[in-house]
Design a protein around this ligand. Structure first.
Ligand code: SAH
Length: 250
């Protein structure tokens, strides 16, 4: 059986219990070496064969999977964060479907969740925004035109931008067209790793601050008024608001 597993954002304690159990059982692990914390490989048994997919192409990854598969082995494909976000997991699953090879997906803690934890913020604040956009700016990989940064920024929702911190100047300029220049923005570098860094500014100031700290990769840009302090209290814990689990108190 093949297991696609979300390794979590970095801290090895942030893999799920289910994911860790499979790592311990694995006969083969193919891990995304550029971002997965190598500490996680310590859970593997001595005889486990370990491959770093950073040095492999899709065909080579599938080759390892199919050559080991027939023999009742436990094969783990370890992706960073959660594999459903920029994981390039779909192309692997489709090939496995074609070959009739079975697999399961075990989710992980995405880096955008670790970033909120590091910032100690909530992405969905009542009266501010109830929407979270996960996106990237086009670089070597294109983004459909209808998802331009300007179009998404016009909603003034919470926006989390992956894979783009090296283009922070252009990104901030384009974000300003929707949010306004004084909107708060934070850059979270290596959320949950020991070297985690948080840079806070506005769309006007962030470029200089990020350049000063020389952050060029493994960071998320998060923007929106959820970073501010104006919001309404939630209905969920409002004593005059009744719901399924609680009736009104006087
Ligand atoms: N599947 C992953 C994302 C993979 S794309 C997830 O769910 O998190 C790789 C990008 O994710 C990086 O360029 C960076 O923008 C972001 N990223 C991954 N780990 C991160 C971390 N610990 N802190 C901040 N950003 C991270």
């Amino acid at each position: 059986m093949i297991y696609f597993i979300g390794a979590g954002p970095g801290d090895p304690d942030l893999i799920t219990v289910k994911g860790k159990k499979k790592l311990e059982e694995a006969d083969v692990i193919i891990y995304a070496g550029s971002l997965v914390n190598k500490e996680l490989l310590k859970y593997a048994k001595q005889s486990c064969k370990i491959y770093n997919s950073a040095e492999m192409d899709l065909e080579q990854v599938l080759e390892v999977m199919s050559s080991e598969h027939g023999q009742d082995k436990c094969i783990v494909r370890l992706h960073t964060g959660d594999p459903s976000i920029y994981g390039a997991i779909r192309e692997q699953m489709d090939e496995l479907d074609k070959k009739g090879m079975s697999y399961e997906v075990i989710p992980g803690v995405s880096s955008f969740c670790a970033a909120a934890a590091a910032l100690k913020k909530e992405y969905t604040l009542p009266g501010v925004t109830q929407t979270v956009i996960l996106t990237r700016m086009e670089g070597r990989t294109a983004v459909p035109g209808y998802e331009s940064i300007e179009a998404l920024a016009s909603h003034k929702a919470t926006m989390i931008i992956f894979l783009s911190v090296h283009m922070i100047g252009e990104l901030a300029e384009r974000l300003k067209k929707g949010y306004g220049k004084d909107t708060p923005v934070a850059v979270v570098y290596k959320a949950s790793w020991p070297e985690q860094k948080i840079i806070r500014g506005t769309l006007e100031t962030i470029e200089g601050m990020v350049k000063e700290e020389a952050v060029r990769k493994t960071a998320l840009v998060v923007v929106g008024d959820f970073l501010g302090d104006d919001y309404q209290l939630s209905k969920l814990y409002d004593k005059t608001f009744t719901h399924e689990f609680r009736s009104a108190r006087e």
